[in-house]
Design a protein around this ligand. Structure first.
Ligand SMILES: NC(=O)NCCC(=O)O
Ligand SMILES: [Zn+2]
Ligand SMILES: [Zn+2]
Length: 470
């Protein structure tokens, strides 16, 4: 089956160029200057007219938590519902986090994630591994996963004592292992020990509302943990280090300084930290703010975090925008924390909206077209060993393609989204631009306002080592 995409402007890291794209089967076969394909007699089974639209590589969301058991419940999107929602939003690859908890065998945690995901995903998927219990066996398993399972990134937590938390010694040992086997260490950098003290003190004062989740996780404690992790990575042998869901100016400053010193230190942020605030969302009246309880928390409106994060995206100090998609319904899930903010399951659902939300940076003049594509697709693919199979519109790459209409508009809301979530953290957000058509490995999965894909189409991706080292 051959598909010719005509009349569009292909956007990639090198710029935006009017180009026709020929897809043959699951991959991109050729790129043509406008009109050259028809003049040279190229015959296709299907023609997609992309006139006036951008043709971009499918989005790569490297931070999702489908069906994650967390906070006494499970993230509400399954691999099926979450990947269908992702496809609607122009994301054609996710990397989800398989989990090993302290005392568990790492390979058992991985098998549990395959059991949830295999045969159920509508788009391609890979896994990182959360190592919740760094010990001799887990360290050995890290080698095994890199060599045999295509899992080349491991998340550690300086937050959540008693759940996923690693102490500095455990972090150092895991970093030493990654220095040896080439894996990337992903870090949740918040000082969880200090945060637990602040949270207990707030509760003792009767401060139980969702906003205190933010108040008790100050940005300085993200900055402190970020600094500590960069020092530990240096001591461990200059381990490549990637900070997840960065929210704070202090943390970004640490990353900028490390990068200026030539270190292999990288970071992602998420749309919630670019747009939403502690006062406007987390501080909503009553218990409403629970919808936006996530860690790190939304930051105060009058502090410089959001502007700094946008600047970081421009300079590549922030290389990636992921979602940290971890949805919990308001009813019965977020409500577990009524009267005690520490019991509100942490997480926000955004997997469907990332490509649109970052495009708003282009629409508002804060980000170039190239940086949009780099931060949502090309760099995540390179960072996590998927390039050039993913992340670029080029001959030989998987035909994961989004036709994006910059002249259409959409409004986000629970009535129209496809995530399994009874509210939207983005309710009423007006979006300039719209995902028009989505191809996943050559198959049209979204077109004409309808989903044409199927659960089970998505393939497991064995990943190589990071390709983003300096
Ligand atoms: N971020 C969040 O609040 N929930 C998901 C787990 C994590 O990434 O820390
Ligand atoms: Zn985290
Ligand atoms: Zn996460």
């Amino acid at each position: 089956m051959k598909t010719l995409i005509t009349g569009g402007t292909v956007v990639g890291p090198l710029g935006a160029t009017p180009t026709d794209v020929l897809v043959d089967g699951e991959t991109i076969a050729a790129l043509y200057a406008p009109g050259v394909a028809s003049a040279s007699g190229v015959v296709a089974d299907k023609v997609l007219d992309a006139t006036g639209k951008y043709v971009i590589p499918g989005g790569v969301d490297v931070h999702t938590h489908m069906q994650l058991p967390f906070g006494g419940t499970f993230a509400s999107d399954t691999f099926e519902t979450g990947t269908i929602a992702a496809a609607w939003g122009g994301t054609t690859t996710i990397i989800d986090f398989a989990v090993q908890r302290a005392g568990e065998v790492v390979q058992d945690g991985l098998a549990a994630w395959h059991a949830k995901a295999d045969g159920n995903c509508a788009i391609d998927y890979g896994f990182h591994m959360i190592v919740g219990g760094v010990d001799d066996d887990a360290l050995k398993a890290m080698d095994y996963l890199v060599e045999h399972e295509g899992i080349t990134s491991f998340k550690l937590f300086m937050a959540y004592p008693g759940v996923f938390y690693s102490d500095d010694g455990q972090i150092l040992r895991a970093m030493q292992k990654a220095s040896d086997n080439g894996a990337l260490i992903m870090m949740h950098a918040e000082n969880g020990i200090a945060i637990d003290v602040l949270a207990a003190q707030a509760l003792a004062r009767g401060q139980t509302d969702p906003v205190y989740h933010g108040v008790t996780r100050p940005s300085a404690l993200e900055g402190e943990a970020t600094h500590r992790a960069t020092v530990l990575a240096q001591v461990a042998g200059n381990t490549p280090l990637y900070f997840v869901h960065m929210s704070a100016s202090e943390a970004l400053g640490v990353v900028s300084a490390a990068r200026s010193a030539g270190r292999n230190v990288f970071a992602e942020t998420c749309p919630q930290y670019l747009y939403l605030t502690l006062e406007d969302q987390l501080g909503a009246p009553g218990f409403e703010g629970a919808k936006w309880v996530a860690s790190p928390p939304l930051r105060p409106r009058d502090e410089p975090h959001r502007d700094d994060l946008w600047r970081g995206l421009r300079t590549d100090d922030l290389a990636v925008v992921s979602t940290d998609h971890c949805p919990f319904c308001f009813k019965d899930q977020k409500e577990l924390g009524r009267g005690d903010f520490t019991k509100i399951p942490n997480g926000i659902g955004t997997v469907e909206h990332r490509v649109d939300l970052v495009y708003q940076g282009v629409a508002s003049g804060r980000l170039s077209l190239q940086r949009w594509v780099e931060t949502v697709s090309t760099t995540p693919a390179r960072m996590f060993g998927l390039y050039p199979r993913k992340g670029i519109v080029a001959p030989g790459s998987d035909a994961d393609i989004v036709i994006y209409d910059p002249n259409a508009t959409t409004t986000i809301g629970v009535a129209t989204h496809h995530m399994n979530l009874d509210h939207s953290a983005w309710e009423g957000f007006e979006i300039a631009g719209k995902v028009d058509t989505v191809l996943s490995r050559g198959t049209v999965v979204v077109a004409d306002g309808a989903f044409h894909g199927r659960a089970g189409h998505g393939q497991y991706l064995r990943r190589g080592l990071t390709q983003y080292l300096r």
